[in-house]
Write a protein that binds this ligand. Structure first.
Ligand SMILES: NC(=O)c1ccc[n+]([C@@H]2O[C@H](COP(=O)([O-])OP(=O)(O)OC[C@H]3O[C@@H](n4cnc5c(N)ncnc54)[C@H](O)[C@@H]3O)[C@@H](O)[C@H]2O)c1
Ligand SMILES: [Zn+2]
Ligand SMILES: [Zn+2]
Length: 341
């Protein structure tokens, strides 16, 4: 079985690996489509964890349903890639994202469970969800990033008519902008350092305005458009400049939601949050309910996610796709991988 494996900093190699088998309590899945996520790009840049087979956003068909009597071979499924314990206070309160075990055996993020950059994966049986009729596997591979954005938008608690800025127009930022509008925001802007992605936020119709984050006068424009800053800022980059920008662009008393994952400690001027009494929240993953909501929103065409998909590539082209997504000079936002191509 072939697998695109992370072997070093910015290096993914196609390797022959042992066929994945399902442990007791797992469902064996044949991967049809798997997405490349911004978090995968962080892992790619660091070369860590070495040997990981990335791909935590996937859709496939059941090869072996294990104990899941409601599933049969050939059923199309997706899954939450996480591994919560199921019985701690976080899990029993419906917040598996807080569970200490959640990332330990996560599919496509841990060494124990290969992700969708190979043909066969095994997934915890309680995380697997049968998809509705008449959906495409590529749409269902988009459920996971959509759920990340929905969770951030829920935490942002947007009120009707508020002004929202999304920092970073990658897939998480663009879907967050789309959902912020659905939540009732009257003005949604995206700031980007990559002009191709910034323009794309406009052409895809998810933002009313795009700010060039490399321009020094961005703050002048923000104040012109908002008076004293945005009611809500959702940060979807995970670097010091972007987090600092979120503190500067939100109005006094406003809310900042940090979705971007900074992989190391970063330096930010917290005094702005103090002086302006900001509410700053982190947002990680999603609840199962949010994941299922996104699946239904996509299946019922209430939200359109295929417009964000730029390309569907083979395993041979994974290395170049990662480079393309990291280049900062390309308008590609989401690339899916078909490991059977
Ligand atoms: N919290 C979660 O549960 C969760 C889940 C998935 C992804 N993430 C994180 O969210 C972030 C976004 O994910 P993605 O897949 O959209 O990633 P991405 O890398 O495709 O997008 C990030 C975008 O931010 C832009 N950017 C960088 N610095 C900027 C700045 N100072 N101002 C404005 N724009 C800037 C980049 O040009 C890029 O387009 C990543 O950090 C990822 O790790 C978090
Ligand atoms: Zn992801
Ligand atoms: Zn738990």
């Amino acid at each position: 079985m072939r697998a695109a494996t992370l072997v070093d900093k910015r290096k993914i190699e196609l390797k022959e690996i042992e066929e994945t088998t399902a442990k007791s309590g797992e469902v064996l899945i044949h991967v049809l489509k798997s997405g490349i996520c911004g978090s995968d790009l962080h892992a790619f840049e660091m070369g860590q964890p070495s040997g990981v087979i990335l791909g935590h956003e996937f859709c496939g068909t059941v090869l072996d349903p294990g104990n899941r009597t409601d599933l049969k071979e050939g059923d199309m499924v997706t899954a939450l890639p996480i591994s919560p314990c199921g019985h701690c206070p976080a899990c029993t309160s419906g917040n598996p994202q807080y569970c200490k075990e959640t990332w330990k055996e996560a599919v496509g993020l841990s060494l124990s469970h290969p992700g969708g950059l190979t043909n066969k994966i095994s997934v915890r049986e309680d995380m697997v969800i049968k998809v509705p009729e008449n959906v495409l596997p590529e749409e269902m591979a988009m459920v996971e990033p959509t759920a990340v954005a929905l969770h951030g938008v829920h935490l942002a608690d947007i009120k009707l008519g508020q002004k929202v800025l999304v920092i970073g127009g990658g897939i998480i930022g663009l879907i967050s902008a789309m959902l912020a509008k659905k939540e009732g925001a009257s003005f949604v802007a995206v700031s980007e350092t990559n002009p191709y992605r910034g323009e794309k936020a406009l052409s895809l119709g998810v933002a009313d305005k795009y700010y060039d984050a490399t321009k020094e006068d961005m703050m002048v424009e923000v104040m012109k458009d908002t008076g004293s800053g945005f009611d809500v800022v959702i940060e979807c980059c995970g670097n010091a400049n972007a987090v600092t920008s979120s503190l500067l662009t939100v109005r006094p008393g406003g809310t900042v939601v940090l979705v971007g994952v900074a992989t190391g400690p970063i330096s930010i001027p917290t005094v702005i949050a103090v002086m302006n009494e900001l509410t700053v929240k982190g947002a990680i993953a999603y609840t199962k309910e949010e994941f299922e909501t996104c699946m239904q929103l996509i299946a019922s065409k209430q939200i359109e996610v295929m417009k964000f998909v730029d390309d569907i590539i083979s395993l041979e082209n994974v290395q170049s796709a990662y480079e393309r997504l990291l280049s900062g000079k390309d308008d590609a936002v989401k690339i899916l991988v078909d490991p059977n191509k």
